[in-house]
Design a protein around this ligand. Structure first.
Ligand code: AKG
Ligand code: FE2
Length: 312
């Protein structure tokens, strides 16, 4: 099957509908060339310091993790802490927020305290030559309860997976199993080992984004090229009630967090929730039901800087 290709001009509603129908959709103009260049300038020195493969001693308790991590793959985590381009631009991409607001909206209407989303993880995945295909999995498996229940749940997590360098069938483009987000039963990839199913490659040009559901089976492809490294960025956004993979607000120094917008801070756990319920903090991740960001001493910020600027 052809993966549907939409642009931000098609709007969040059409993009969400395509993801719901097919489990995936390509957003053709997710990030500009200038944004990629600035992000890359932050990433280069960090990637140059890394060796490929899982860091020594990390997660030795699962053999499958070696394959999931990739023997000739660099996974650069904690990007928000060291990348100004990420904090200024990537976490502010409007179409990402418009899609996330729709996907994670409570079924009980607007301004409900169980609405909301935040950053699950932000990592570079650079697959090197000779790296095997990653086991197929659903990203929502990191909260196994979600898989146990099956397809009829609201989304736990969605991935805005964008390309920094060309991602091709030959150099390891993500493999996706069309329709697998609607299968009646979701098995665990760790229990059953590598699952073999017919896949399609999510080929991307730099700046394009493959948006996929947390229910869709997928995995990094094998890199069959001689010397091409496939550099992509996994921007994973989860429902606010779920604990993210990376503990961003414990990793990023508070003076660095202070440079972000209120919304950017909330994405990393420095504010109580986003979107706010009636401009209030909501019921969890608070200090005495008030916004935790005030309590830890972040500077006051308008909730919506653009609105503050136009009414000033
Ligand atoms: O690298 C890829 O193409 C996909 C990686 C992935 O799905 C993951 O690490 O969860
Ligand atoms: Fe994944």
């Amino acid at each position: 099957m052809e993966i549907k290709r939409l642009s931000t001009a098609d709007g969040a509603e059409a993009i969400v509908k395509a993801m719901e129908d097919d489990g995936m959709v390509i957003i053709t103009d997710f990030i500009t060339k200038d944004q990629i260049d600035r992000l890359n300038a932050d990433l280069e020195p960090e990637l140059a310091k890394m060796k490929a493969g899982k860091p020594d001693g990390m997660m030795d308790y699962y053999e499958e993790i070696d394959a999931a991590y990739g023997l000739n793959t660099k996974r650069l985590l904690d990007v928000p802490t060291f990348s100004k381009a990420f904090r200024d631009d990537i976490i502010e991409i409007e179409i990402m927020h418009q899609v996330s607001e729709r996907v994670f909206k409570s079924m009980n209407g607007d301004d409900n305290p169980s609405n909301g989303y935040w950053l699950n993880s932000a990592q570079v995945i650079e697959i090197g030559p000779g790296n095997d295909a990653q086991a197929l999995h659903r990203d929502q498996e990191m909260w196994p309860l979600w898989n146990d229940i099956g397809p009829n749940t609201p989304e736990a997590v969605i991935n805005f997976f964008f390309a920094i360098t060309p991602s091709t069938d030959l150099n390891g483009a993500t493999r996706l199993v069309p329709g697998s987000h609607k299968w009646p039963k979701f098995e665990s990839s760790l229990e059953k080992g590598i699952l073999n199913h017919d896949t399609v490659p999510g080929e991307l040009n730099p700046g394009e984004c493959l948006l996929f559901s947390g229910k869709l089976l997928h995995g990094g492809g094998a890199n069959r090229s001689q010397k091409d490294w496939r550099r992509c960025f996994s921007l994973s956004i989860c429902r606010m009630g779920l604990m993210p993979e990376q503990a961003h607000c414990l990793l990023m120094p508070i003076d660095v967090a202070d440079t972000m917008t209120y919304r950017g801070q909330a994405m990393h756990g420095f504010r109580s929730m986003w979107p706010t319920a009636h401009g209030r903090a909501g019921y969890y991740w608070t200090k005495d039901y008030e916004d935790v960001g005030q309590h830890i001493g972040l500077k006051d910020k308008p909730l919506y800087p653009e609105k503050a600027a136009t009414t000033a």
